[in-house]
Design a protein. Structure first.
Lengths: 190, 378
């Protein structure tokens, strides 16, 4: 068993941290895990990618070979990473930033809008994404994510981030209960 | 059940290893992708009762580490390619003056400022030959978080044992990847310390060969008065141009390490049994190679992997054996071909050697290696 997830967006969106939290949660759930990060030389902006591989055994090659799940927060991140998907992989995108997804199993959620309007804090978009992802990832327990967040986030902003995570989680659960996927061949425009 | 598995970045493992090995001095200058080591050291050193200094550049960083080591403290610095170039001058000094120190070079992509956030293995030859003048050097190369810990501890031990600079040649993937890992506890770590003089100060000659090739080392400030120089020196550390003394010093500098070549064959071998093709790799590439070789074995192909954990001195004895037992060898590395030259040098024409190189800042993938293996077996 090898389960691969990738979070992709731009530098400064907190995706490396989100990946670390995810990896920590997988560890708490007893899995073998590898996290890697990939970003450009810029201090802010540029592409940023955070990748987590979850396995039951030793992980030799530490990079993704076929993504089970991709979270893309902008159009470029989505386009660049789609070729790395497994055939039945799930793509989760921010609906305001990603307009076009040439993939069948895709979920669109207003993550950035939720962060900006409900939380008045654009920075929690990574926590919302983590919440949604947790609802769809069969290997990660929500409780472990809470625990991982508690250990990896600074105490001062923990409550704020936990709240965003829980909001994402319920957005995800809500969507999971009423989602039927199109065929993989379908090119979907929004 | 509470597990002692932790999620650790390679850089974090390196810092923990340094502390466990007894490092109590860090001087450095930040550079991607080695900055994490410096950041973590800035917190870890004061907690461990050590000293942390951010220097004005990499030349001064290694200078400070060498000074600290002469003061009797285990010292380290970390950098990446551009900073490593600046350190060469003091690597030569440390080799000449026989000052133990550990230099971590987290290799990044490209020449010059290149691809700072991406991996490469372009400093293999620089680690061996970058410093001026004939000098012996010890270089280890980790491929995982666990090995970054293990080999950093061993690097300190080698530095202390041989009174030599030791280079830990990691790459961006190894330094930045986080993995679930179980590290040995502090009391499980074997630590070696430099031999101190047992004679009174007035009898002490800092560079007199006690028979092992490695003179006992006094710390400045402990009452032993001695001279340290980068010039050719006699057994008392004072400059000399006498033929017998310079020859003796050069011979001793090399022999103290070459006499132990048989102890410095550090490698892991996978699927050795009946392997007709052997893949040779080191650092993060060895992980792609292991994936490729596993897949190849599942398909029934007779392939093995030789993962080198020590790059310099080059493991002639070990590599020769694989060159003799294999029908062909593939050397995979993230450069235009550096260690492959050494493999070719010790080969003496008996075994076809194929190189697999990648220099675009991406890891060599298992598929690339598998394709090369299939080509060999066709």
């Amino acid at each position: 068993m090898r389960y691969e997830l990738r979070l992709a967006g731009s530098g400064g969106q907190g995706l490396v941290l989100a990946g670390i939290v995810l990896a920590e949660a997988a560890l708490l759930d007893g899995h073998v895990v590898v996290h890697s990060q990939n970003y450009g030389p810029e201090a802010r902006g540029g592409n940023s990618v955070s990748e987590v591989i979850i396995s039951g055994e030793e992980i030799d090659y530490p990079r993704a070979t076929g993504l089970d799940m991709l979270v893309a927060l902008n159009q470029r991140a989505c386009n660049d990473n789609l070729p790395d998907m497994k055939e039945d992989g799930l793509v989760i995108v921010d609906s305001s930033a990603v307009k076009k997804v040439l993939w069948g199993r895709v979920l669109r959620l207003p993550l950035q809008r939720q962060a900006d309007h409900a939380f008045k804090d654009s920075r929690v978009v990574n926590m919302l994404a983590l919440g949604v992802l947790t609802a769809f990832c069969p290997l990660i327990q929500a409780e472990s994510m809470g625990q991982a967040l508690t250990s990896r986030m600074p105490a001062g902003s923990l409550d704020h981030n936990l709240e965003a995570f829980r909001t994402g989680l319920s957005m995800g659960h809500d969507l999971a209960s009423r989602t039927h996927f199109h065929e993989v061949e379908d090119a979907t425009d929004v | 059940m509470k597990s002692n598995r932790v999620l650790l970045q390679g850089s974090e493992a390196c810092v923990r290893a340094a502390i466990a090995a007894g490092c109590r001095f860090y001087a450095g200058y930040p550079i991607t992708p080695a900055t994490e080591i410096m950041e973590l050291m800035s917190r870890a050193m004061p907690k461990a009762g050590g000293v942390f200094i951010q220097m004005e550049d990499e030349i001064a960083s290694l200078g400070a580490a060498v000074g600290a080591s002469l003061g009797g403290v285990k010292a380290m610095t970390a950098t990446s390619g551009p900073g490593f170039s600046l350190m060469q001058e003091h690597i030569s000094f440390a080799a000449m003056a026989e000052v133990p120190c550990v230099i971590v070079n987290v290799m990044r992509g490209g020449l010059s400022t290149g691809l700072p956030t991406r991996p490469a293995q372009g400093d293999v030859m620089q680690a061996r030959w970058g410093a001026h003048g004939d000098h012996p050097i010890l270089v280890v190369a980790p491929s995982s978080t666990y090995e970054f810990f293990d080999l950093t501890v061993k690097a300190f031990n080698l530095a202390e044992r041989y009174r030599s600079p030791v280079i830990v040649l990691a790459d961006e993937v190894v330094a930045h990847t986080r993995e679930s890992v179980v590290l040995p506890s502090a009391h499980e770590v074997e630590v070696e310390d430099r031999v101190r003089p047992s004679v009174p100060p007035e009898w002490y000659s800092p560079y007199r060969d006690p028979g092992t090739g490695i003179p006992p080392m006094a710390a400045f400030g402990e009452g032993y008065r001695f001279h340290v120089t980068g010039l050719m020196h006699d057994i008392n550390g004072y400059p000399t141009e006498r033929q017998d003394e310079t020859e003796e010093l050069m011979a001793r500098l090399f022999n103290k390490i070459s006499k132990d070549f048989h102890l410095l064959q550090w490698y892991d071998s996978y699927f050795e049994e009946g392997a007709e093709v052997t893949v040779i790799a080191y650092g993060s590439v060895a992980r792609s190679a292991l994936r490729a070789v596993r897949t190849a074995r599942e398909k029934g192909m007779p392939v093995g992997l030789l993962k080198l954990k020590m790059l310099w001195p080059f493991m002639r004895r070990t590599v020769s054996q694989y060159l003799q037992s294999s029908r062909s060898v593939i050397v995979a590395e993230m450069n235009m071909g550096q260690l492959s030259r050494e493999v070719k040098r010790v080969n003496q024409g008996t075994c076809p050697i194929h190189t697999l190189n990648r220099v675009d800042g991406r890891m060599i993938t298992p598929e690339q290696i598998l394709t090369a293996i299939e080509e060999e077996l066709r």
